[in-house]
Each structure stands twice: as structure tokens, then as C-alpha cells.
Design a binder for this molecule. Structure first.
Ligand code: IMP
Ligand code: MG
Length: 183
């Protein structure tokens, strides 16, 4: 799989180090008490699993699923929430975790859904931020890495469902970005 990468943008080591720092930032920010962590799967699965083990206050975890990409390197339409949450959000502090902030549509839409549920607060954390691609003004509260406008895979991020289990984050060789016959 590694041979399918044109370039490794962020190594496994750097991801681990930055995840630890983010865990400390988040722990310090909230101070004490319990928070609700909402993970946007599948993309944020690996990041969430590593990050929550570096958060040193109690959490309750739930996962939601959003469809915003199909088998392409461009978003096709408005994101769509597929599963909703079981946890009681009322007057609780909510931290939403995603893999990457790109156009901003997904996190903006998901944040709005939680804001309407009468929480004490809603914050967002992303591993990657492609600032240059924003279509709506939205910034995350906690960001792992700013990256250039390139399509990346690995550490949870996929191309057509593949490459999520790469331990690092990188760009695919260009000839692989036009899906070969995978069906
Ligand atoms: P947004 O709604 O445009 O901000 O897109 C966020 C979602 O698009 C992320 O949760 C990812 O699933 C997907 N996405 C955006 N950029 C990439 C990328 O470079 N690689 C893989 N998935 C991406
Ligand atoms: Mg995603």
C-alpha cells in the first residue's frame, strides 16, 4: 500500500506526537468534569481512538456517520447525516472530532445539529485542516496539522474506501486518483 503513495506528508511519529499535544490542549481547555465526544466515522475512527486515550478527563463517546464524498476526489453535494446520536446532550459540553476540515460543509452542518440540541458548548477538533479549500467560513477549535490543497489518504482517510489503514498520511500517485476498475 505504501508504494501507492507519491509522497508521505505526515509520518506515523508526527501524528502520534501531535495527537498527544492535542490531548493535553483539550484536557487543559476543559479542565475537569465530563465531556461528550462525537466522532464522525469512518474517517475520524483512527484519530478518535488515539486522541481520546490522550484526554485525561472523563468522556462519553458516540459516533455519527455522514456521507459527503463518493468515489471521487471532489465533494459531490451537501453532506448528509446518516445516523444520529443516542447520548443526552442537553447542558453538556460536546467535542466533535473529524479527520479533515476541507470545504467546511460537514463540520458546519454537524455543529449546527448539536447547537440546536441545547448543549452547554460545542467545540470541534480535526486532525487536518485544508484552509485553502473553505467554501463556508468555519474554523475548528483544535487542529492537528494545516496541510496544502492536496487529496490525502491514510490514518483513517480514504480514497474510494481504501487506504484507511495506512499508519501515515500521504498523497496518492496521480495515476491512482482516477479510480481503476475496483467495482
Ligand atoms: P468538508 O465537508 O468539505 O469540510 O469535507 C470533510 C470531509 O471530506 C472529511 O470528513 C473527509 O471525509 C472528506 N475529505 C476532504 N478532504 C479529503 C482528503 O484529502 N482525503 C480524504 N477525504 C477527504
Ligand atoms: Mg469524513
Amino acid at each position: 500500500m505504501l508504494e501507492d503513495l507519491e509522497n508521505v506528508l505526515i509520518s506515523q511519529r508526527r501524528i502520534a506526537r501531535r495527537t498527544g499535544e492535542l490531548g493535553r490542549e483539550i484536557t487543559e481547555y476543559y479542565g475537569s468534569g465530563e465531556i461528550i465526544v462525537i466522532s464522525i466515522i469512518n474517517g475520524a475512527l483512527l484519530f478518535t481512538a488515539d486522541l481520546i486515550r490522550r484526554i485525561e478527563i472523563p468522556i462519553q463517546l458516540d459516533c455519527i456517520r455522514v456521507a459527503s464524498y463518493r468515489n471521487e476526489t471532489k465533494p459531490d453535494s451537501e453532506p448528509e447525516l446518516i445516523y444520529s446520536v443516542d447520548l443526552e446532550v442537553d447542558n453538556r459540553r460536546v467535542l466533535i472530532i473529524d479527520d479533515i476540515l476541507d470545504t467546511g460543509r460537514t463540520l458546519y452542518m454537524i455543529s449546527q445539529i448539536f447547537v440546536r440540541m441545547n448543549p452547554r458548548s460545542v467545540h470541534t477538533c480535526v486532525l487536518l485542516d485544508k484552509k485553502g479549500r473553505r467554501e463556508i467560513p468555519f474554523e475548528a477549535d483544535f487542529v492537528g496539522f494545516d496541510i496544502p490543497d492536496q487529496f490525502v489518504v491514510g490514518y483513517g482517510l480514504d480514497f474510494a474506501g481504501r487506504y484507511r489503514n495506512l499508519p501515515c498520511i500521504g498523497t496518492l500517485r496521480p495515476e491512482l486518483q482516477n479510480p481503476p476498475d475496483w467495482a
